[in-house]
Design a protein around this ligand. Sequence first.
Ligand SMILES: [Zn+2]
Ligand SMILES: [Zn+2]
Length: 294
Amino acid sequence: MNATSKIARVSVHGGHSGQFCHHAHDSLEAVVRAYIDAGYTWVGITEHMPPLDDSSRYPDEVADGLSAESLQKRFIAYFEECRRLQTQFANTIRIFTSFETETYPGAFDYVKQLIKETRPDYIVGSVHHVDGIGIDYNRSHWEQALAKAGGLDLLYCRYFDAQYQMIRALEPAVVGHFDLIRIFDSNYMETLEIPDVRIRWVRNLALIKSLDLILDFNMRGFDKTAEQYPSMPILKEALRIGITVVPGDDSHGVSSVGRNYDRGVNLLAGLGHNCQWPKPRLYKWNQDLLSPGS
Ligand SMILES: [Zn+2]
Ligand SMILES: [Zn+2]
């Protein structure tokens, strides 16, 4: 029996599926069944929000000729299917129907509109763009964002400023992959310590703490980079100031459900984390409509 076998399996950020996401795999039901088979207690299904318009589509969606309108319709279908699965498997696993945000210009108002229209259980606040350029799609896009920012330190500052504005504007129950900006920076440990950069991520953690939001302990980082998001210096500071840290596998199909879970939880336990996983704060739709964070 390994050390993590008695620790509940949960994911605060996961469940992208090929049915509703162009860069993921498998049907959503197959993904949910994989969580059940892996013994998960609860999981937040957090599909990406659809693009606001054709100019905010991901490159693979553009290449395959998917219009913003068709992706918006698919997002509504995602909510219907996820709610159906929530009910179908209610006796087996607690599913939350959620989505992950964007931050490009116009996105915040669109997120608020989507919250009103779809009534998610909660949202994951994520930043995938800096100054309108996607930073995690591939290295070439990240380098375009770097060139536009004018330097690594400036790129990180722009990213963490966008994240700060997103948290202020949306108060998402969960903040996703906190330091995704480092994805193509092999020297990120040094970049994170540049004073102008450090002051920003410390500020953002303080905001997360003051709003009592959950920080996604994102284990997809193990696949994409040397370690989880957030990286160790940020994680230690988050735990030091008492932020709630909960695992998210950020799964993009059956094969990534629960991947790296034991590795991640062993790491958290080694840092003194109690490995109790509070659930995200849910919207209370019958009481306070569109009141993020309540
Ligand atoms: Zn994705
Ligand atoms: Zn993401």
